[in-house]
Design a protein around this ligand. Structure first.
Ligand code: GLN
Length: 507
């Protein structure tokens, strides 16, 4: 068995049956990281000793005849925005360089309790602000499909780790698309669960009313298995839903769309969308129709204003959340030489510790919340948020799921959009409405452009109907793999081959 090319489900079955040990599986992935991560830079830190110790503990439980969970012994890449006790956690920022949190996020704790092996922490845009991972203070991640391109963001590290076969499972967080857009750019699967479906406890907050951790993997079933491990009520998160995890694994195994009403959102397409992305989207809808789905058109007229509302609500919440980085209790401290006031030390530390995009959003958010402007900006944005929610409610009366392209284009070049925040923000046109409304959504691989870059198909489901995403995803995966003669990721570049492209040679 080719360990790093296997699915998480197959690895877990082989480990449980004693055919291979978790230590061997973990070792193989650590070796793969050693062989390719110089090129990809998916990881900010690799916890070799910790991972091997977790793996050995799983092996010992199995040897003792203990019944272990469905992902026990399988390695995972954790986005560096979630805390892991004693392990460096930076959220991609200088201001947290060297910080070792004293506690586990609930997601981290559930993974460890399930015997999932955490290989290391993945690269991301600073504080999850971005769509390319270029806003990381520690340098960008490169897209395994084409190393001259971005892997998307903010969770580019997690998505690239999957596509580079450095880990079969990964965790992301999605505030405006940071799980789904990187999934689309790397030909992997990413799910944003219903808001409150996965605990935010221990996730370094960006915008608390939008943030949602979620599962990422190379197959639909692996994503569902991971969703089930991390999901469910957590008393430590006040917005956690007191509801059982939707039957995602069952749906992923079932994968049937017969009779399912699929709503094509009229507003998510047309001008600004790459013709190839649109053609692929329509071909995918036709494929679902041929599998028995009923296709309807729906209109969500207020989606047009979602991006503008998001870029007021997110900075408002972020400016408040990021006030905690004051250099007093933990993190970077600059200029504390006994000659300066507390305020001066705070200002110097924040000046040195935050990158340009973070500062931009703190300034916008502080402005949007300031006396005299609050109603005009933040207040109006909240009204738009309600209208977007109403659009969803109306659309879900006509359709069981809604669909769109995940992104208007495939992965763009490193550096291409850095000088133009607006061009960067437009990546999330299709993904942001769900964060505003709080319902669930996913991106599934749906094909390649003529340049050989992956495209993603976006599926949105109502609150707590996350299982429908997996129903569609699994049906699509099976049908597409029949056409492709195997997984799309079989076609990703061989990263261990000598450098070929000019940019690669240059690096
Ligand atoms: N790209 C979006 C932003 O920059 C989404 C970020 C996210 O989901 N964390 O805000």
């Amino acid at each position: 068995m080719d360990i790093t090319r296997s699915t998480a489900a197959d690895l877990a079955a082989s480990i449980a049956a004693g055919e291979v040990s978790s230590v061997e599986v973990t070792r193989a992935h650590l070796d793969r990281i050693g062989a390719v991560d110089d090129k990809v830079h998916a990881f900010l830190s690799v916890d070799e000793d910790g991972a091997l110790a977790q793996a050995a503990a799983v092996d010992a439980r199995i040897a003792a005849g203990e019944q272990v969970g469905p992902l026990a012994g399988v390695p995972l890449a954790l986005k560096d925005v979630l805390t892991q006790r004693g392990v460096p956690t930076t959220a991609g920022s200088r201001i947290l360089e060297g910080w070792r949190p004293p506690y586990d996020a609930t997601v981290t704790r559930r993974l460890l309790e399930a015997g999932v092996v955490i290989l290391g922490k993945t690269n991301m845009d600073e504080f999850a602000m971005g769509s390319s991972t270029e806003n990381s203070a520690y340098g960008p991640t490169y897209n395994p499909w084409d190393l001259s391109r971005v892997p998307g963001g903010s969770g580019g590290g997690s998505a690239a780790a999957l596509a580079a076969f450095e880990a079969p499972l990964a965790i992301g967080t999605d505030t405006g698309g940071s799980i789904r857009q990187p999934a689309a750019f790397t030909g992997t699967v990413g799910v944003k669960p219903t808001y409150g479906g996965v605990s935010r406890y221990g996730q370094i907050a960006l915008a608390s009313s939008l943030d949602q951790p979620g599962p990422c993997a190379r197959t639909v079933l692996d994503t569902a298995l991971l969703h089930e491990v991390i999901g469910g009520h957590d008393p430590k998160d006040q917005t956690s839903l007191a509801a059982p995890v939707p039957a995602v694994v069952e749906a992923a195994r079932h994968g049937d769309v017969k009779g399912l009403r699929i709503g094509v959102v009229r507003e998510l397409g047309g001008e600004g969308y790459a013709p190839e992305a649109e053609a692929n989207f329509h071909a995918t809808v036709e494929r679902l129709a041929s599998l028995g789905a009923e296709v309807v058109e729906v209109s969500c007229p207020n989606f047009e204003y979602a991006l503008a509302a998001y870029y007021l609500i997110l900075p408002s919440e972020a400016s408040s959340n990021l006030a905690r980085f004051d250099a007093m209790r933990y993190g970077l401290r600059v200029g504390d030489d006994g000659t300066r006031s507390t305020e001066q030390v705070m200002a110097l530390s924040r000046e040195a510790g935050f990158g340009a995009e973070v500062k931009r959003r703190i300034i916008i958010g502080t402005y949007a919340l300031s006396a005299g402007y609050r109603d005009a900006y933040y207040g109006s944005a909240q009204k738009v948020r309600t209208l977007v929610q109403q659009d969803f409610t109306a659309a879900f009366a006509k359709a069981d799921v809604l669909v769109s392209p995940t992104t208007p284009t495939a992965a763009f070049g490193i550096g291409e959009r850095l000088d133009d925040p607006m061009a960067m923000y437009l990546n999330d046109l299709c993904t942001i409405p769900t964060n505003l409304a709080g319902n669930s959504a996913a991106s599934f691989p749906s094909g390649l452009t003529s340049d050989g870059l992956p495209l993603g198909f976006h599926v949105m489901a109502p609150h707590l109907a996350d299982d429908r995403l997996y129903l569609v995803g699994a049906a699509l995966e099976r049908s597409l793999q029949d056409s492709w003669g195997g997984p799309l990721l079989d076609r990703v570049a061989d990263l261990t081959a000598p450098a070929t492209t000019a940019t690669e040679v240059a690096r």
